[in-house]
Write a new protein. Structure first.
Length: 192
């Protein structure tokens, strides 16, 4: 069955909320700025997610242990540039003149790796299953390091979790997490 119930989506939302809340603490430490991620809005998308890397940075998080599959983090380019600036010793301002080159993408990858490592640890504690991830891969305009996972673009249900992310006065926007049906079923089965 390729449908996600409201109850399953709510469970994933709760798990995502706890995991991303812990990840916000990690992000705050590595950026040395107060970071807050709000309680999420959870939706079930019954059609293909719109995943353009023109205005967004797509971060593929492959699970290597505990869960079988991938989820995707989506953040806007401005936020990625602020994170890159802070990771590289800047103050996070004036990013309009920056581009997502190899150095800034490496910095964003490391920030996402730290966040996603925390997410995996939290997921492991919540599901009582040792969980681990591979190194995050990034797509953005002009740079493609992975293909969008088939299960996020083949018309099956997807859980879209939207968080409001703030980093000091520098970022105030949405951070999205997309969970394909395979991951949703694994999480909800563990939570039952």
């Amino acid at each position: 069955m390729n449908k996600i119930t409201t109850e399953q989506a709510d469970i994933v939302g709760e798990v995502a909320n706890i995991c991303i809340g812990n990840a916000a603490t990690s992000l705050s430490l590595i950026l040395n700025r107060p970071t807050n991620i709000t309680t999420p809005r959870v939706e079930v998308l019954a059609e293909e997610a719109s995943l353009s890397s023109d205005n967004h940075v797509l971060v593929k998080v492959p699970y290597t242990k505990g869960l079988d599959g991938t989820n995707l983090l989506v953040l806007n380019v401005h936020d990625a540039l602020v994170i890159a600036s802070l990771m590289m010793g800047g103050d996070g301002t004036g990013v309009e003149s920056m581009t997502l080159d190899d150095f800034s993408l490496s910095a964003v990858s490391e920030a996402m790796n730290q966040m996603c490592g925390t997410i995996a640890t939290s997921m492991s504690e919540l599901l009582h299953v040792p969980t681990d991830i591979g190194y995050p891969l990034i797509n953005c305009k002009g740079k493609k390091t992975f293909e969008i996972p088939e299960e996020l673009c083949n018309g099956t249900d997807i859980v879209k979790v939207t968080f409001r992310l703030t980093v000091g006065e520098l970022i105030d926007s949405d951070l999205l997490q997309l969970y394909p049906i395979s991951i949703v079923k694994q999480i909800t089965k563990q939570e039952e």
